[in-house]
Design a protein around this ligand. Structure first.
Ligand SMILES: *Cc1c(COP(=O)(O)O)cnc(C)c1O
Length: 218
């Protein structure tokens, strides 16, 4: 069943976006099923769960953190994390740089942008994100690399609204890339089970999918 789900999702991605499997709430056996189909990019939204996963699963998995991260937890994940998608402050950026230097590792980070018409989600406004990038560019970070952006659309059935949110985000990203040609802001992480098709129509190249892979939808 999982195999069929992944094939269907990949078909719909049309080669435009990569699949990041969100393994939160799933058990080790379920995750291994996906791993054994060749999937290597996985994401968790909580540090504690991530730490447990890393212990019990193969070490060639590329782990992404997609949930809110407190500065005092950065050090716990620095030795293995590939990408932190949920960076939403300069303070966090500085802390990741500091810890990554200690471990002598490069860590890829995405800035999390707030695009939804809801007040329940974390993230930076476009203006705050630009300030963050300015700070990053002016302070010569050596271990942290900003390589893209992550966002979540409004939790609504209104496809036009979702589409507009992604469209605006994509336009802003393209514009920001032009303003900062010295950076490579290529990763565009938007789209989940409910809206990934709309996301890839609007520029996403990395979709974060959980429920649809593990049969939890409908
Ligand atoms: C849980 C989660 C997802 C995946 O959601 P599904 O609807 O299960 O595909 C994607 N992004 C973030 C940030 C999440 O927390």
């Amino acid at each position: 069943m999982i195999e069929k789900n992944i094939l269907e999702i990949k078909n719909k991605l049309q080669g435009k976006a990569e699949l990041l499997v969100v393994s939160k709430f799933r058990n080790k056996a379920e995750i291994l099923k996906v791993y054994n189909l060749g999937q290597r990019k996985f994401a968790e939204n909580r540090v504690q769960n991530l730490l447990e996963r890393v212990k019990e699963l193969p070490n060639d998995i590329e782990w992404h953190l997609i949930g809110h991260l407190q500065s005092n937890k950065v050090r716990d994940i620095t030795s293995f994390i590939h990408t932190i998608q949920s960076v939403d402050s300069i303070k966090l950026l500085n802390e990741i740089e500091k810890q990554a230097q200690k471990f002598n590792r490069q860590i890829s980070v995405y800035l999390q942008i707030f695009i939804a018409q809801e007040d329940t989600k974390f993230g930076l406004s476009y203006l705050e994100a630009e300030n963050c990038i300015n700070y990053y560019v002016n302070n010569e970070f050596k271990y942290v690399k900003i390589t893209g952006f992550m966002a979540m659309a409004s939790n609504t059935g209104n496809k036009i609204q979702i589409s507009n949110e992604f469209k605006n985000l994509n336009a802003w990203i393209e514009n920001t890339q032009k303003k900062f040609p010295q950076l490579n802001l290529k990763n565009k992480s938007f789209g989940m089970s409910s809206d990934f098709e709309i996301a890839i129509e609007n520029g996403s190249n990395l979709v974060r999918i959980g429920s649809l892979v593990f049969n939890l939808c409908e």
